[in-house]
Write a protein that binds this ligand. Structure first.
Ligand code: SF4
Ligand code: SF4
Length: 86
């Protein structure tokens, strides 16, 4: 597997404040036309977690991308995990 982590953005929670865009050390993130964060340069992400730590709305998260971890998360959570990238 190429990467064991993934970045998940909950668009419904993102208010487009740009905090994550400004803080990301690798310039991975940008704001789209709908004022939502998206990982425009995901290939540069080092999964440092700074965006997750600083997002005021808990809208961005670094997650374990391994299938067994995804299965655990998905089981009965009912959470909308609209993925921006895998
Ligand atoms: S910091 Fe959070 S709310 Fe602000 S743009 Fe980034 S993901 Fe959206
Ligand atoms: S995990 Fe780190 S490198 Fe990746 S988008 Fe967030 S702040 Fe940027």
């Amino acid at each position: 597997m190429k990467n064991a982590k993934t970045l998940v953005i909950q668009r419904q929670w993102c208010k487009g404040c740009g905090v994550c865009v400004a803080l990301c050390p690798k310039e991975v993130l940008a704001i789209d036309a709908e004022d939502k964060a998206y990982p425009g340069s995901l290939e540069n992400c080092i999964y440092c977690g700074l965006c997750e730590l600083r997002c005021p709305d808990l809208a961005i998260e670094v997650q374990d991308a391994r299938p067994e971890a995804a299965a655990k998360r998905g089981a009965g959570s009912g959470k909308d995990t609209a993925r921006e990238a895998v």
